[in-house]
Design a protein around this ligand. Sequence first.
Ligand SMILES: *Cc1c(COP(=O)(O)O)cnc(C)c1O
Length: 218
Amino acid sequence: MIKDNLLSIKNSIPPHVTLIAVSKTNPTQAILDAYEAGQRIFGENKVQELVDKYERLPKDIEWHMIGHLQSNKVKYIAPFVKLIHGVDSLRLLQEINKRAEQNNRIIDCLLQIHIAKEETKFGFDEKEVVEALQSEEFKKMNNIKIVGLMGMATNTDDESQIRKEFKSLKQLFDKLSAFNFQLSTLSMGMSSDYKLAIEEGSTMIRVGSSIFGQRNYH
Ligand SMILES: *Cc1c(COP(=O)(O)O)cnc(C)c1O
């Protein structure tokens, strides 16, 4: 099942788009099934779960932190995390920089941009992101690298709304790239909207339930 789902998604997306298998709440065996089908990049949204899975699973897996990250938990993932998707404040970036330095690493990060109508979604707005990137604090951070942007569209059936939000993120991405920030990664699209996201310029999709099935929250 997992293998078939994974391969059918992989075969349907263009080669410049990276697939993150979002394994949150799924057991290690499910991850191993995907691993055996060739998947090496997995995303989790809770620090504890990410650390547990990192310790128990093959070491050639790339682990992405895709959820909201609290500053006081950065230290637990700093030794191994490959990409942090949800960076939503300069303060968090400072903490990541500090922990990366302690681990002798440079950690790749995506800035999360607020594109949805919902108030609850985290992220910078356009003005804040430009300010952050131009700030003196940011320029002093030598152990982080901003490689792109991440966003989540409104949870709605209204395709035109979703498309509009993805378009706005892509526009900001192009604008910042033109400013010489050298962004390579635009993380947008999940199970329900990754096809739209790819049409609108996504280079990285975060897909969970379409690979692993519906999650059981208890
Ligand atoms: C859970 C999650 C996803 C994947 O959601 P699905 O609908 O299961 O594909 C993608 N991005 C983030 C930030 C998530 O928390």
